[in-house]
Design a binder for this molecule. Structure first.
Ligand code: DC
Length: 219
């Protein structure tokens, strides 16, 4: 049986992975899941209930209730507070376990799928035939996120944005449960010097090489 085109896109905050993943999904006609939204939804659910983000049981209970309906308010899910809350609840193994089936089922869709996050190539879809690890310098990532957030009215100093990014990198890469790490078979894509079109082009070439390998192994 031929393998489905599962594209795993991992990397740190504001590396460009979401934009690249969404464009790859459009290009190949595949469904796309931004898995960061799941963790953001859990963080917001805990905050909305007045709970403590660092309390594992509270966060896991919230995670067990997350479904597609919680992913609709993208504006709120992508604000600064939600990103910070997501990174904190994402460190609880119980939260990660609660969100596993949803992500694995999405990855297993018959025609394939594109998922982006921190642990897609390592934990969610370790057998994905195409894996990217998208990165850029912290300064460039902070500049992108700062422009995005100030562009829609959030008030934030650049230095605070950079500190946010560095703190999140450290927390996401340093946690015990499914830390952010490049999978051994993922291709590194550094977008520091690339605009969106150039990053997408580079990503598409990497996926085409993976598809060529799939074609050979299916033959
Ligand atoms: O990709 P993002 O910035 O929307 O993710 C928000 C946070 O969620 C991130 O700091 C860590 C966590 N996350 C995770 O631990 N694993 C994923 N697959 C996706 C996100």
């Amino acid at each position: 049986m031929s393998r489905a085109l599962i594209i795993a896109v991992d990397g740190p905050a504001a590396s460009g992975k979401g934009t690249v993943a969404a464009r790859l999904a459009r290009h190949y006609g595949l469904p796309y899941l931004d898995t960061g939204l799941l963790y953001r939804a859990v963080g917001l659910a805990v905050l909305d209930a007045g709970g403590d983000l660092d309390d594992a049981a509270t966060a896991e209970t919230a995670a067990r209730k997350i479904d597609a309906a919680h992913l609709e308010d993208v504006e709120r899910l992508t604000d600064r507070g939600a990103g910070e809350a997501a990174s904190r609840v994402a460190g609880h193994p119980g939260v990660r376990a609660a969100l596993l089936d949803y992500q694995r089922a999405f990855a297993a869709r018959p025609g394939g799928a594109v998922l982006d996050g921190r642990d897609i190539g390592t934990v969610i879809a370790p057998d994905a035939p195409a894996k990217l690890f998208v990165t850029a310098t912290p300064e460039v990532r902070a500049t992108r996120r700062w422009k995005q957030l100030t562009g829609r009215g959030e008030v934030i100093a650049f230095e605070d944005m950079l500190a946010d990014i560095l703190r999140r990198d450290e927390r996401d890469a340093g946690r015990g449960a499914a830390p952010m790490v490049q999978a051994a078979d993922a291709v590194l894509l550094d977008t520091t010097e690339l605009d969106i079109d150039a990053a997408f082009d580079a990503a598409r070439r990497i996926i085409e090489a993976a598809r060529a390998r799939m074609g050979k192994s299916n033959a």
